[in-house]
Design a protein around this ligand. Structure first.
Ligand SMILES: Nc1nc2c(ncn2[C@@H]2O[C@H](COP(=O)(O)OP(=O)(O)OP(=O)(O)O)[C@@H](O)[C@H]2O)c(=O)[nH]1
Ligand SMILES: [K+]
Ligand SMILES: [Mg+2]
Length: 362
């Protein structure tokens, strides 16, 4: 390391001092209004904080994902360049307070919050801002995009006042770690290839299992700072995947949560005890593709091995006295009503699986 570089590396104390100075300049005592901090100060702080994001070379700097335990029914990751408002959003829509600031790299690690929606608990992850080249190991960006790979839905967050180029750059970073946005995994079957078959790259992707196919929403924040025409224009682009919000003015946040919920496509399943009505306020939330077996697993680990059959009510005949008998591989949907499951357990062990007698979904 050269003398100059050494001089540029900031100590935590130097960073604290700049942050303090920023706070002093941000509040105008006389008018009690916020004034933007001087550009030079912001730039200096951003540079120092970006260094904190560099992988620790001594520790190997492997650039692995952050250690945040998955919790709740699904995970949503917030990906974006610095200072687009990711932490502001997390603090608005969850009970978690993630520190926000008018300078880049305010957030240096993954901050989980919980979105409560229609009885489901969804983990929302606030992440450090990424920079171009993140996936190639610049800064801790690689870690950030690796976390995105574990999400059920990715929210790409952008600043509506900045160029639309942001989107392409962010997508490139995600693709570099094997994420495919808004496309389905191709169905690979071994048959003679007719016209329109999948290409070799896709075939290899599927064989190696290295690709993750994840739905993505594109959120433009700070629409309070652009013209109505611009908001209109952006909202009609991108096949309905653009969501326009202002965290500051509380605009569009309900719509965003609704869209996230739609993209998650969670299936809600309710359990009930024999002879009792189900508790509709306490669903089991399952990912798309769930079967009766998934339902069993989420109730009790040992349940599936004792399962004989389940009874299904279709949406059209809700609570009908004539259910359909289905097996363990039956796919559950949000539209059907299920009541299961005759167990092969000996009589008298019913208490061991208190919810095993009846399972159904709305
Ligand atoms: N005008 C406007 N400013 C906003 C809005 N939302 C957030 N901000 C401001 O944008 C700045 C950055 O917000 P943060 O939430 O810290 O952004 P971030 O994306 O978490 O930033 P990093 O953690 O540094 O990557 C702060 O000064 C916020 O007050 C908004 O809707 N409108
Ligand atoms: K910030
Ligand atoms: Mg942040």
């Amino acid at each position: 390391m050269g003398v100059l570089e050494k001089h540029l590396l900031a100590s935590p104390r130097q960073i604290q001092e700049i942050e303090k100075e920023m706070q002093r300049t941000q509040k105008n005592k006389a008018t009690e209004t916020n004034i933007p901090p001087p550009v030079a100060l912001k730039a200096k702080l951003a540079k120092y904080r970006a260094q904190l994001l560099e992988p620790d070379k001594k520790a190997g700097g492997k650039g692995e994902g952050f250690d945040v335990l998955k919790s709740g029914d699904a995970r949503v990751a917030l990906i974006g360049f610095p200072s687009v408002g990711k932490s502001t959003l997390l603090s608005k829509v969850t009970k978690t307070e993630s520190i926000t600031g008018a300078y880049e790299f305010t957030t240096l690690t993954a901050i989980p919050g919980v979105l409560e929606y229609e009885g489901a608990r969804v983990q929302l992850l606030d992440l450090p801002g990424i920079v171009e080249g993140a996936a190639m190991g610049r800064g801790r960006g690689r870690q950030v995009v690796s976390v995105a790979k574990t999400a059920d839905v990715i929210v790409i967050m952008m600043d509506a006042t900045k160029s639309n180029e942001q989107r392409r750059l962010l997508e490139t970073e995600l693709e570099a770690v094997g994420i495919r946005l808004n496309t389905k995994a191709p169905d690979v079957v071994f048959r003679q290839k007719a016209a329109g078959g999948i290409d070799t790259d896709e075939f290899i992707d599927v064989l190696l299992g290295t690709r993750k196919y994840i739905p993505c929403l594109y959120v433009f924040n700070k629409i309070d700072s652009v013209s109505l025409e611009e908001v209109e224009r952006l909202s009609t682009e991108n096949g309905g995947r653009n969501v326009m919000i202002s965290c500051e003015l509380d605009l569009g946040l309900d719509i965003l949560l609704e869209r996230i919920w739609e993209e998650l496509r969670l299936v809600k399943v309710y359990t009930k005890r024999r002879g009792a009505l189900p508790d509709l306020s306490d669903p089991i939330c399952l990912r798309p593709g769930a079967t009766i077996e998934t339902v069993c697993h989420s109730i009790h680990r040992g349940l599936a091995s004792h399962f004989k059959y389940a009874l299904v009510w279709g949406k059209s005949s809700k609570f009908s006295p004539q259910p359909q008998k289905v097996g363990i591989t039956h796919a559950v949907t949000d539209e059907d009503v299920y009541v299961s499951g005759t167990m092969s357990t000996p009589v008298g062990t019913d208490n061991f699986f208190p919810h095993s007698v009846s399972i159904f979904t709305k």
